[in-house]
Design a protein. Structure first.
Length: 107
């Protein structure tokens, strides 16, 4: 579990999938104010980082020079588009992302 007080370290790190394929770079981290857990990384993906996707941090591990996540690049690339407002995400959007990743990781 990545805690809020360590979340700032993630910004700017490369994100890699379980096969070691680069997904993108962490732009921002969304945390749960109640538990202090870092929940989502907003990652710049695609050519020149012009696209963005949220990636779950539930099983993420910080290793030297990058952040390793448990979801494949293809699953991240097809994630529902969510554009946060400031530092918040609507509950419905977060619910849709969570459901998508549960289904995508399970398949």
């Amino acid at each position: 579990m990545i805690r809020v007080d360590a979340a700032h370290v993630l910004r700017g790190l490369d994100v890699v999938d379980p096969q070691g394929e680069r997904i993108g770079k962490v732009r921002e981290v969304w945390t749960d104010a109640d538990s202090g857990r870092a929940l989502w990384a907003w990652v710049d993906i695609g050519f020149l980082g012009r696209h963005h996707a949220f990636v779950p941090l539930s099983d993420a591990v910080v290793v030297p020079e990058h952040l390793s996540v448990s979801v494949p690049t293809e699953v991240v690339a097809d994630a529902p588009g969510v554009t946060p407002t400031g530092d918040t995400m609507a509950d419905e959007e977060e619910g849709a992302l969570a459901a998508y990743y549960r289904a995508g990781v399970a398949s």
